[in-house]
Write a protein that binds this ligand. Structure first.
Ligand SMILES: NC(=O)c1ccc[n+]([C@@H]2O[C@H](COP(=O)([O-])OP(=O)(O)OC[C@H]3O[C@@H](n4cnc5c(N)ncnc54)[C@H](O)[C@@H]3O)[C@@H](O)[C@H]2O)c1
Length: 443
């Protein structure tokens, strides 16, 4: 134990990070900047190859960052899990999606723990960062790591520290986001706090792994429920002829007791929920709560409202086309923004995908544009096989409707409205556009 603490203090500890994705790669950079040697593990050889060649596959992490990390071999990436023996701490950042039945898909965590077990050695610190239900570290990770013959808390240290990455947010890089840490025991907590404390500005120790696990799902449930609330208000106020965005802007001027844009507690309506976190993580708790005979009513209701939003947006689009004497069947519709949120290149769980599939099912001729996603990647449950269309005045004029699903800040909305016949705006992206307002329909 003291050896590990010393090695952390004098930066001799080597940090192994499993999963070189949106979370693992910035974390690798953070430890690297703090003076640690980092080994990045991934099962995807293409990612490993890119990193070793100094290339990045994440929009907000430039290749120059990877090149800098690689200098002096302070960072290597590998698919060889035997190299886990060479590191002092192992941080797990693998995906935690839902299965088709909307239950926690633990296969990535299980697979990772299985590849750690044969390589685990005495004195190592293992930290799980993947978002998951309370109890995972103790109930899923420990039994698999026990196959190594080593005991958690005795032979190796174990902690949970939720990842809180906000990709693309320049104000909060990994090092600036406080890190909540829960240890299996005092020694594990101490070691994990020392490790993160060496790389991030603030560490928040909590009493158990379960508290740390619950902290992360609570944060995302809070967002999910509040987004559902403003989405519901949007539909109600629309019936009343009231503009929900104007209402929220006005409510946001209250200096206390209402969410603030600066800290992202100001929620705005949209075409549904997207991303790998907010539409998914709350249901990890729902699943676990059943074991305790509890139903998570707020989560279920929020899920129902949020997943119904694409249908609402399509209904608004259909009415708008109808007003112009046009049926949705055969209509040319270009969806703007296929990423799940503005200014990122990540389209996991994006409501734009649902919108496209539903519009196609209705017989619309659908295209899309996204400056950050030139072609749609194959996803777990979708494969659109589409290519981003170039926005030109001629292309826009040829569309029966342009549907703004994700409000990237690079778009020139006044220009889009000028050249389009009809703009259905699910994000109030055209809120400040003055000319051509009769062509804009909020959805
Ligand atoms: N992306 C975010 O902004 C964000 C924010 C908060 C929480 N999280 C959570 O962090 C975790 C990771 O998310 P992400 O966005 O980084 O996912 P990701 O898909 O971007 O990256 C995961 C990486 O893990 C690799 N991987 C999968 N199985 C593996 C295995 N058995 N061994 C080694 N590597 C494996 C994949 O190839 C991929 O490169 C998830 O639990 C997610 O919910 C993500």
């Amino acid at each position: 134990m003291e050896t590990l603490m010393d090695r952390i203090a004098n930066r001799k500890a080597v940090v192994g990070i499993i999963g070189m994705g949106y979370v693992g790669l910035p974390l690798a950079q953070t430890f690297n900047l703090a003076g640690f040697r980092v080994v990045g593990f991934d099962i995807d050889p293409a990612k490993v190859k890119a990193l070793m060649a100094g290339r990045s596959y994440i929009k907000h992490i430039p290749a120059s960052t990877v090149v800098k990390m690689r200098r002096g071999d302070r960072f290597v990436a590998t698919t060889d899990f035997r190299r886990l023996r060479q590191v002092d701490s192992i941080v797990i950042c693998v995906p935690t999606p839902l299965t088709k039945e909307r239950e926690p898909d633990m296969s990535y965590i299980v697979g990772t723990a299985e590849s750690i077990a044969p390589n685990l050695r005495r004195g190592q610190l293992v930290v799980l960062e993947s978002t998951t239900y309370p109890g995972t570290t103790r109930e899923v990770v420990i039994p698999i790591l026990a196959k190594s013959g080593l005991a958690a808390g005795k032979d190796y240290l174990l902690a949970f520290s939720p990842e809180r990455e906000d990709p693309g947010n320049p104000n909060f890089t990994t090092a600036r986001i406080p890190k909540v840490v829960g240890g299996l025991d005092k020694a594990s907590l101490r070691a994990a706090c020392a490790l993160y404390g060496a790389a991030v500005e603030r560490v928040v120790p909590v009493s158990t792994c379960e508290v740390a696990e619950a902290t992360k799902v609570t944060e995302n449930i809070y967002r999910c429920v509040n987004i559902a609330l403003v989405n519901e208000l949007k539909m109600i106020y629309d019936r009343m002829g009231i503009d929900v965005w104007e209402v929220l802007e006005a409510a946001g001027t209250k200096p206390f007791g209402f969410g603030k844009k600066e800290n992202k507690t100001f929620f705005t309506p949209g075409p549904g929920l997207g991303g790998h976190c907010i539409p998914i993580d709350p249901f990890y708790l729902t699943w676990k709560a059943r074991e305790f005979g509890c139903t998570t009513r707020f989560i279920e209701l929020a899920g129902e409202i949020n997943t119904g939003m694409p249908d609402y947006v399509i209904q608004r689009l259909m009415f708008a086309l109808n007003d112009r004497g046009k049926a949705i069947k055969g209509a040319r519709v270009c969806v703007l923004g296929i990423a799940y949120k503005p200014d990122v290149d990540d389209m996991r769980e994006s409501p734009s995908v649902t919108l496209i599939e539903k519009l196609q099912a209705l017989g619309a001729k659908v295209t899309y544009n996204d400056p950050y996603i030139p072609r749609t990647p194959r996803q777990r449950e979708h494969d659109l096989r589409m290519v981003s269309r170039k926005l030109t005045p001629r292309f826009l004029a040829a569309q029966d409707a342009v549907l703004i699903s994700t409000n990237h800040s690079d778009y020139d909305y006044a220009w889009i409205v000028r050249h389009s016949r009809l703009v259905v705006d699910a994000r109030n992206a055209c809120g400040k556009v003055k000319a051509g307002r009769s062509k804009i329909v909020k959805a």
